[in-house]
Structures are given as structure tokens and as C-alpha cells.
Design a protein around this ligand. Structure first.
Ligand code: ADP
Ligand code: ZN
Length: 437
């Protein structure tokens, strides 16, 4: 395979040199952080009063973890390191798990972010000849503008389409000859369902690639999107606290996401003991940003669960790879005492070709017990009035789930395209059980 690199000298930099670069940038970040009210106090408690107090990368461990709550407590300007007139933009998280958090950018911060995004996009084989339809939410959410800037940096023709309105999306794809898409995996699947309904022929489109991220999805879902839409799908990971997209991305090998280590120091910890996990083990991703002046963040607990690949990648990049994020540590459902991640359910159902493109997990109280219901669409070729194959499919889903998660759920089958679709991140779990206080 012919690999292409946006910044070969950095992407293939020998590890020792990469770590030296990290140390230099960490010291710069300490300098910025000492100008914020939050870190001034926290760093001085750790005995760090100037950048020169950091001698090795290990010195980072002297600083305690930063949590989402710290950012909320520091709202609105506790983490700002520069005079407000130097700030040119703010973004804020989607607030999936509570009050949103806000991040500020200088002009150079935006330039650096665009460069990381360009690195991701170019590394999948895109060039300036591509037409890029960005079907994700613009606005405070970082996915829209982040990819938009990166696409422009590569020189692609960027269509700021935003999400929703599939009829208009197809029209734009046909009119402008779109070759690359960006959306959540759930929206890409929805798009395919709508394509069939609208009778849009795949041959009338010029699609080659799609970037899918912002929410967890399984390898089976990737394969499904690739087979249905006939595109190469690349996994994109990021979070607004770390700028947004552009943190980690798959290369053309599609085996793990390279995390840009000249921009981020990466740790994986056991969320209970807070100790580092052994190389290759799964734990919570903890990130320190090295590429932002206006809002420094050290050892930020992402809550996202992943592990490192232990082998180097065939593409020659030296930046380590993460396994696809399986979910957040706080996503875990406890159903009658059994721990279940929604991603385990997705993995089972999305591997069955009779299952359609959308599903919903419902957890309710049934007397003293919890009840799990898996609602899933059936694929377009299956008719709802033909009960024999439907009953067989229900049994198959039940038995496979029982074998993999030790719970036998109630299974409900729905017609293709009939379950609700959300704009932005998919809501996959509806848990109506009363919360313990
Ligand atoms: P919020 O935390 O409110 O959802 P963000 O928009 O910043 O705000 O979302 C970032 C989060 O989205 C990540 O921490 C992660 O949980 C999830 N996420 C983003 N990209 C991926 C991906 N490729 N795979 C799995 N989860 C992802
Ligand atoms: Zn690679």
C-alpha cells in the first residue's frame, strides 16, 4: 500500500526524539498553566512554580488528575491562561453526561488543531481533489468546525452540510460529486436505510471514504457500513476538552487509532485504583494536551475505555495506536447484578445480517427485578407479516446475548427505518429505573 503522510518527519519520528519533543512542549504548557487561576494553585501544591521544575516526562505524574468536575468548577474562566482579547473562539462539549464544559482557543491554537485534523484526513488517502460532505453538527460541538478546518487545510472542497435531511444530502452528493463523508456511525447507517427508501442508486454517487466517530461502534458496524455504502470507513476519536476530533484517527491499515503523541501525552489507568494498567490492558484513557495555549489541561480523565496496541503499525508511523473505544466507564449498566456495556450488545446484534440498521436498549424495573429489552430493526428484505423468520430471529438474538452477556433479554423487532433517529450522537440506551440517591 502507498501510504501518504501530512508531516512525515513528525509522524514517523523515532520514539526517543518524540519523547524529547513531548518534554519540550510539556514545559511550554506548564508555563501557560501557571497563568490560570486553577493550575496556579494546583501546580504550586505539587511544588511546580516554573517550567524548569519539570525535568522529565515522569514529572507530569506529580500533578493530580483533572476531572470533568474541575472544569465545571472552574467555569467560565478558571482555566483561561491568556487575556480574553487573545481568545478567538470557544467550544463546548455536547453535555451527554451533564453540564457542558468550555474550552478556549487562540489563533495559533486553531491553526494547530486544523493541522492535526489535516494529518488525520490526509493519512486516509484523501487529497485536494476530494469533495468532502461534512454531515455532522456545526456550532458549539467541535465535530463540525474541526473537520471543516482540517478538510480545507488539506485543500479539499468542503461542503458544510450539517446533519439531517437525507433527501438534501443525497442531492448534494449527486450535484457536487461528493467523495468523502463525515458523520456519526448511526447517521451513516440511517443514510443507507433512507437511500434504499428513496431509490437512490449507489452508482449515481462517487463516494470513496467515510469518517465515522463521536460515539462508540463495533468492528461489525464498521464492516456493515462499508458493505452497504461501499466506502472505506475510518474511525475518528476526540473530545471537546482535547480540542475535539483530531486526537486519534485510523490510518489506511485500519487497525487501531494513532494518537498524535506530539500533541497529547497518553496514559491508561485502572479507574478504581488510578494506577497505570499493564501495557496492552484495557483501562481509562487519561490525556494531557500539548498543543493548546489558551486552555491547558493536564492528566484529564476522559472516562473512555481503551487499550494500547503493543506492536508498531505497518504504516511506519511511530505514534502509538489505541483500540477502538468501547464506551465510557460510566456507560456500564448493572442489570440484576450483572455488568453489561451497551457495546457488548451492539457487537452481538450488528453481526447478524437479518438485523437492520438501528437499535435501542431499554432497561426498566419489573417489580423488584430489572428488565432488559433489546429493540432492533430488521433488515430491509424482511417483512413484518412473515412471523416464522421473525420468531427464529428473536430466538437467535436471545440465545446469542444469553451466551455473551449472561442475560436473556426481551427482544422486540421493528420494521426497517422505524426506530427513532437523533441528530448528533445516537441515544442507544433508555434506562428508566429510579436512580439511587
Ligand atoms: P460529551 O462528553 O458531552 O459527549 P464531546 O462532544 O466532547 O462531549 O464527546 C466526546 C466523547 O465522545 C468522547 O469522550 C467519547 O466518549 C465519545 N467518542 C468520540 N469519538 C468516539 C469514537 N470514535 N469512538 C467511541 N467514542 C467516541
Ligand atoms: Zn498506521
Amino acid at each position: 500500500m502507498d501510504f501518504q503522510y501530512w508531516q512525515p518527519e513528525i509522524e514517523k519520528m523515532p520514539r526517543a526524539q518524540l519523547e524529547a519533543l513531548q518534554l519540550q512542549k510539556l514545559k511550554e504548557e506548564i508555563g501557560f498553566a501557571l497563568r490560570t487561576s486553577f493550575y496556579k494553585e494546583r501546580l504550586s501544591k505539587a511544588g511546580i512554580n516554573s517550567a524548569d521544575d519539570i525535568k522529565t516526562l515522569d514529572d507530569l505524574k506529580r500533578i493530580s488528575f483533572t476531572a470533568k468536575n474541575d472544569l465545571r468548577d472552574g467555569f467560565p474562566y478558571g482555566f483561561l491562561s491568556i487575556p480574553k482579547e487573545e481568545v478567538i473562539r470557544l467550544h463546548s462539549s455536547s453535555g451527554t453526561t451533564g453540564i457542558p464544559t468550555t474550552i478556549y482557543f487562540t489563533k495559533d491554537d486553531i491553526k494547530r488543531w486544523s493541522n492535526y485534523m489535516a494529518r488525520c484526513i490526509y493519512g486516509t488517502g484523501c487529497t485536494k481533489s476530494d469533495v468532502f460532505q461534512n454531515m455532522i453538527t456545526y456550532g458549539l460541538f467541535t465535530g463540525g468546525l474541526g473537520f471543516h478546518q482540517g478538510g480545507e487545510e488539506v485543500g479539499m472542497l468542503v461542503i458544510p452540510a450539517g446533519p439531517g435531511n437525507t433527501t438534501r444530502q443525497f442531492k448534494m452528493m449527486q450535484d457536487y460529486g461528493t467523495t468523502v463523508l463525515h458523520a456519526t456511525p448511526s447517521f451513516l447507517l440511517h443514510l443507507e436505510t433512507k437511500m434504499k427508501e428513496a431509490g437512490v442508486k449507489r452508482e449515481s454517487l462517487s463516494l470513496k471514504r467515510a469518517f465515522a466517530g463521536a460515539e462508540p461502534y463495533s468492528e461489525d458496524t464498521r464492516r456493515r457500513i462499508e458493505a452497504l455504502l461501499k466506502v472505506d470507513v475510518y474511525n475518528s476519536y476526540g473530545l471537546s476538552e482535547m480540542n475535539g476530533p483530531g486526537v486519534a484517527f485510523e490510518c489506511q491499515c485500519k487497525e487501531g487509532l494513532h494518537i498524535w503523541e506530539d500533541g497529547y501525552i497518553t496514559e491508561i489507568i485502572n479507574p478504581d485504583t488510578l494506577e497505570p494498567v499493564k501495557e496492552g490492558e484495557t483501562g481509562e484513557l487519561v490525556l494531557t494536551i500539548l498543543c493548546r495555549e489558551a486552555t491547558p489541561l493536564f492528566r484529564y480523565r476522559t472516562r473512555d475505555l481503551t487499550s494500547f496496541y503493543t506492536e508498531p503499525c505497518k504504516c511506519g508511523r511511530t505514534h502509538r495506536r489505541l483500540h477502538r473505544i468501547t464506551g465510557r466507564s460510566d456507560d456500564m449498566l448493572i442489570i440484576n447484578g450483572v455488568n453489561v456495556f451497551p457495546s457488548q450488545i451492539e457487537e452481538v446484534i450488528m453481526s447478524m445480517k437479518e438485523v437492520g440498521n438501528n437499535y435501542l436498549i431499554v432497561v426498566e424495573k419489573d417489580g423488584a427485578l430489572d428488565r432488559l429489552t433489546v429493540k432492533t430493526e430488521v433488515s430491509a428484505g424482511i417483512f413484518m407479516d412473515d412471523t416464522r423468520p421473525l420468531n427464529a430471529l428473536k430466538e437467535k438474538i436471545k440465545e446469542t446475548l444469553q451466551a455473551s452477556i449472561s442475560i436473556s433479554p426481551k427482544v422486540e423487532l421493528h420494521e426497517s427505518g422505524s426506530l427513532p433517529v437523533t441528530e448528533g450522537k445516537a441515544v442507544r440506551v433508555k434506562d428508566t429505573r429510579p436512580k439511587d440517591v
